[in-house]
Design a protein around this ligand. Structure first.
Ligand code: MG
Length: 158
């Protein structure tokens, strides 16, 4: 059995009045991501983890932000494009683990919806998807509410 692991991370600045989308879930909040796409940090980190598992580069090399085609695009469209690559046709997810770094709001009420969204997008079971959230204790850009970040690891078998 050929096992592959991939790791990804992402960060976006937050600004007043923008939508906050995490794992294809709209989170009610006063701030959202400054981004070329919808700024979904979880899906961006997942895409980098998937690409990393097969040494296929990163999200920026596949979807350059200089390309207006990707302006305001839903990150789910980018994920679907990545999953259409031959490497993912012949492999399956073992599990995905992720951590979202965000000071506010508390994400616990949305975690199961986010897991369900990812399970549907990845064509796997919800118990294969872990989504965790933590604050930065008021320290740094995340702690001051200036940014949201995400780390993600994926394990696949070929
Ligand atoms: Mg991003």
């Amino acid at each position: 059995m050929n096992i592959r692991i991939g790791q990804g991370s992402d960060l976006h600045r937050l600004a007043d009045g923008l939508p906050l989308v995490i794992g294809n879930c709209s989170i009610p909040h006063t701030k959202g991501c400054i981004a070329h796409s919808d700024g979904d940090v979880l899906i961006h980190a997942l895409i980098d983890a998937l690409l990393g598992a097969f040494a296929l580069g990163d999200i920026g090399s596949h979807f350059p932000d200089s390309n207006s085609q990707y302006k305001n695009i839903s990150s789910t469209e980018l994920l679907k494009e990545v999953l259409s690559l031959p490497e993912f046709k012949t492999s399956s997810i073992i599990n995905i683990d992720s951590t979202i770094h965000l000071e506010q709001p508390k994400l616990r009420p949305f975690i199961d919806q986010i897991r369900s969204n990812l399970a549907e997008l990845m064509n796997c079971q919800i118990n294969q998807i872990s989504v965790k959230a933590k604050t930065s204790e008021g320290v740094g850009a995340v702690g001051k509410g200036e940014a949201i970040a995400c780390d993600c690891i994926v394990l696949l078998q070929k």
